[in-house]
Design a protein around this ligand. Structure first.
Ligand SMILES: Nc1ncnc2c1ncn2[C@@H]1O[C@H](COP(=O)(O)OP(=O)(O)OP(=O)(O)O)[C@@H](O)[C@H]1O
Ligand SMILES: [Mg+2]
Length: 240
C-alpha cells in the first residue's frame, strides 16, 4: 500500500478579482507532498508563491481545482472545521517573524495553544520544550525587541512547532536575515526535517533551495519544474 500524500494539489488555480480586474495568481498547479519531505518553492516576485502557500496552509481556497490534506478535500469542510484543522496541522513562519511585541518569547510561542483548549500550565511546559528545540530556552523571558533577527525567527519557528503540526510552511524565512544567520536558520529547518518534520519553504535564494532535496519552481503562476535530487550538494561555507 502506498502512503496517502500529506497534501495534494490537483489542477489548482486562484484568481483574484479586484475592481472588475481578474488576476490569475496560480494557474493549473498539481503536485503532492509526502510526509517527511522538505520542499523549496522558488519563483520571481509575483509568480504566485505566497498565494500557493496560503492554499496549502488552508488560509485560502482555490478558485478551481482541489487541495486535499490527508485525503480530505479542504473546500468541503466548514469554515470552523478548516480553522481548527489549520490550527492543529499547519505551523506558519514568515519573513517578518510576526511576534507580538508586548509578549515575551515563551508567551509568543505558547499563543497558538490558546485556541486548542490547552491549560496555561501545559501551554508553558510545551512552549519550553519548543524553545529548547530551537535553542532559545535561555531567552524565554526576553521580549522581541530584545532579540536579534535570527533569535526572533527561532522563536517564531518554536511557535510554528508548538502544536506538532503536520506541515511547517515558511514564506521567505531567511529573507530579512544576513547570509550567516540565514544559513543557521536553514540548518535548523534541516535538523527539524531529519526528525521527520515536513517543511515547505518559499525562498528567493538559490543557495537555500539547493539545501532542500526537492524544488518546485513557479513562473507567472504556473509550475515550470518540480525536481528532486538524489544527493544534496555539500554545503558551501558562508562568509560572515
Ligand atoms: N489579495 C490579493 N488581491 C489581488 N491580487 C493579489 C492578491 N494577492 C496577490 N495578488 C496578485 O497575485 C500575484 C501573485 O502574488 P503572490 O503574492 O502570490 O506572489 P509571490 O510569488 O509571493 O511574490 P513575492 O516574491 O513578491 O512575495 C501578483 O500579481 C499579485 O499582485
Ligand atoms: Mg510572496
Amino acid at each position: 500500500m502506498t502512503a496517502l500524500p500529506l497534501i495534494s494539489l490537483r489542477s489548482v488555480s486562484r484568481t483574484y478579482r479586484t475592481d472588475g480586474i481578474a488576476v490569475t495568481a496560480v494557474r493549473n498547479v498539481s503536485f503532492d507532498i509526502a510526509q517527511g519531505e522538505i520542499v523549496a518553492v522558488m519563483g520571481p516576485s509575483g509568480s504566485g508563491k505566497s498565494t500557493l502557500m496560503n492554499m496549502i496552509g488552508l488560509l485560502d481556497l482555490p478558485s478551481e481545482g482541489a487541495v486535499h490534506l490527508e485525503g480530505a478535500n479542504v473546500a468541503e469542510l466548514s469554515e470552523d472545521r478548516r480553522s481548527s484543522l489549520r490550527a492543529r496541522s499547519i505551523g506558519f513562519v514568515f519573513q517578518s517573524y510576526n511576534l507580538l511585541a508586548r509578549h515575551n518569547a515563551i508567551e509568543n510561542v505558547a499563543l497558538p495553544l490558546v485556541y486548542c483548549g490547552v491549560s496555561r500550565a501545559e501551554r508553558l511546559a510545551r512552549a519550553e520544550r519548543s524553545l529548547q528545540a530551537v535553542g532559545m530556552l535561555h531567552r524565554a523571558h526576553h521580549f522581541p525587541r530584545q532579540l536579534s533577527g535570527g533569535e526572533q525567527q527561532r522563536v517564531a519557528i518554536a511557535r510554528a512547532l508548538i502544536a506538532s503540526p503536520l506541515i511547517v510552511l515558511a514564506d521567505e524565512p531567511t529573507g530579512a536575515l544576513d547570509s550567516r544567520t540565514g544559513a543557521e536558520i536553514l540548518a535548523l529547518f534541516a535538523a527539524l526535517n531529519r526528525t521527520g518534520q515536513t517543511i515547505v519553504m518559499i525562498t528567493h535564494d538559490p543557495g537555500i533551495a539547493t539545501q532542500c532535496r526537492r524544488t518546485i519552481r513557479l513562473h507567472d503562476g504556473e509550475l515550470v519544474s518540480d525536481e528532486t535530487v538524489a544527493e544534496l550538494l555539500p554545503r558551501r561555507s558562508v562568509a560572515s
